[in-house]
Design a protein around this ligand. Structure first.
Ligand code: NAD
Length: 483
């Protein structure tokens, strides 16, 4: 394998190993083979990472924003120069096809470093005149941030959390998912190559228990999680004990509403992007596709024609556009949901089976005639399973789309622009799409409402979640006290 990290952890500017930790084998999802060996952080490693990050933060925050930004932008350049090598590593970590990772993973990480690197020099406060007195505000770093990642976008998540945190003058200890531990280490290595002072961005490995130890440490000022709702609830509760700041990027069961005046080809394309990209392992996926009654047959026909052209196979072959699930465990979870869908009477119209080859490959799967009360319409599956539901009119579609605890994303396909904006305005979701699905440019805020999350990543919004405002009242005249 190319450019593999040389140890499990990256602390204080260097790779660190401690084989006393529980072994964490890295399994290539396309073959089931072990391609690397990592070790879970021991209490000593956790302590090293936290104390190092706390010590390094003050000096980093004292640098000018322009200087901090320059480091981030240099790291973005290095990532782009090494895109292919990093994309191959991402494919080993996740199993996602190279035809995706070459365009989406390291590149979106670089976008975040470039964007927040560019903003770092303009993080200013305000001057608020009050007659002869005045108030000024200072935007300050929070301090020591902990980032905890999911396994579907390991490079992107490491950068989406690291870039705004570092731009604002924070330090970070990042814990990737135990399923995909490799890519964040390369991000740390490249940040240091770009000139980041030792200790400002550290990566340690481990399962939830390492994450929990980081979250509960009193030195930590902020926790940013990308993960499931149950994990988010635990971390939010633990962080509340010390009033830590949080960003929660959690799961979803997002609706895509397709009206019968929509461009069919684009609507089918949107539904494919929203269900089968990264083998369906995307938090914002539109797993509830509401199709207006009159369009149902044409939609399903065109969908199955296009599904038949999917290139499923070796993720390293650039012609492949659909790869395996990330792990045996995730595949088993999805297979269980497919069985439940059939047991509860949904109509399986495509896929549904594990593929007859090595690795964790599941067919792209479509259920039609799904009803709102079915388990597959209510719970996040996090795999290549699309549920197609039908509706009669706009009000009904909106009410049913909102009938969920989640609120990450939502989409609408229609050629009636008035309706498109009206419907989006009434949908309870944080990241929405009109005649498109799953675009996530760094310039746009990303995040959920309801159980899907707290806070926003990307865009200028993220700055508010990695900094705080100090206000200073300045009196120019005498103080008038009552006695
Ligand atoms: P997960 O919740 O099982 O784990 C996420 C991370 O939290 C992992 O690093 C894990 O080790 C850690 N963790 C687990 N328990 C912990 C605890 N008690 N304390 C601290 N850390 C703990 O999620 P996953 O299976 O890795 O990822 C899939 C989930 O992530 C899905 O629900 C998906 O929707 C969500 N996700 C959300 C976004 C988003 O931006 N909203 C993006 C990607 C994935």
């Amino acid at each position: 394998m190319l450019a593999q990290p040389t140890a499990s952890h990256f602390i204080n500017g260097q790779y660190v190993e401690d084989t006393n930790g529980t072994p964490l084998p890295v399994i290539y999802p396309a073959t089931g083979e072990t391609v690397a060996q990592m070790y879970e952080a021991t209490p000593e490693i956790i302590e090293q990472a936290l104390s190092t990050a706390q010590a390094a933060q003050k000096e980093w925050a004292q640098r000018s924003g322009t200087e901090r930004g320059r480091v981030l932008r240099r790291a973005a350049d290095i990532i782009r120069e090494r895109n292919r090598e990093l994309s191959v590593l991402e494919t080993y970590d996740t199993g996602k096809p190279l035809s995706e990772t070459l365009y989406v993973d390291a590149t979106s990480g670089a976008d975040a470093l470039e964007y927040f690197g560019g903003l770092a020099g303009s993080l200013t406060g305000e001057h608020i005149p009050l007659g002869q007195d005045w108030v000024y505000t200072i935007r300050e770093a929070l301090g020591l941030c902990v980032g905890i990642g999911a396994w579907n976008y390991p490079t992107q998540i490491a950068c989406w959390k690291g870039a705004p945190a570092l731009a604002c003058g924070n330090s970070m200890v990042f814990k990737p998912s135990e399923t995909t531990p490799l890519c964040a280490l390369k991000v740390a290595e490249i940040l240091h190559e770009a000139g980041l002072p030792a200790g400002v961005y550290n990566v340690i490995q481990g399962t939830g228990s390492v994450g929990a130890a980081l979250v509960s440490d009193t030195r930590v000022d902020k926790v940013s999680l990308t993960g499931s709702v149950p994990t988010g609830k635990k971390i939010y509760a633990s962080a509340a004990a010390d009033m830590k700041h949080v960003t929660m990027e959690l799961g979803g069961k997002s609706p895509l509403i397709i009206f019968d005046d929509a461009d069919l080809e684009n609507a089918v394309g949107g539904a494919i992007l929203g269900n089968f990209y990264s083998s369906g392992q995307v938090c914002s996926n539109s797993t509830r596709v509401f199709v207006q009654e009159g369009l149902k047959d044409a939609f399903l026909k065109r969908l199955s024609e296009r599904l038949a052209t999917a290139q499923i196979g070796d993720p390293m072959d650039e012609a492949t556009n659909f790869g395996p699930m990330v792990s045996q465990n995730q595949m088993a979870i999805v297979q269980r949901y497919i069985q439940i869908g059939q047991d509860e009477g949904a109509n399986l119209v495509a896929g549904g089976k594990r593929m007859d080859r090595e690795g964790f490959f599941l067919e792209p799967t479509v259920f039609a005639d799904v009803t709102d009360d079915m388990t597959i319409a209510k719970e996040e599956i996090f795999g290549p399973v699309m549920s197609v539901l039908t509706f009669k009119d706009e009000d009904e579609a909106i009410a049913r789309a909102n009938e969920t605890e989640f609120g990450l994303s939502a989409g609408v396909f229609t050629n009636d622009m008035t309706r498109a904006h009206r419907v989006i305005g009434r949908l309870e979701a944080g990241s929405c799409f009109i005649n498109s699905y799953n675009d996530a440019p760094v310039e746009a805020p990303f995040g959920g409402v309801k159980a899907s999350g707290v806070g926003r990543e990307n865009s200028k919004e993220a700055i508010h979640h990695y900094s705080q405002v100090k206000s200073v009242y300045v009196r120019m005249g005498d103080v008038e006290a009552p006695f």
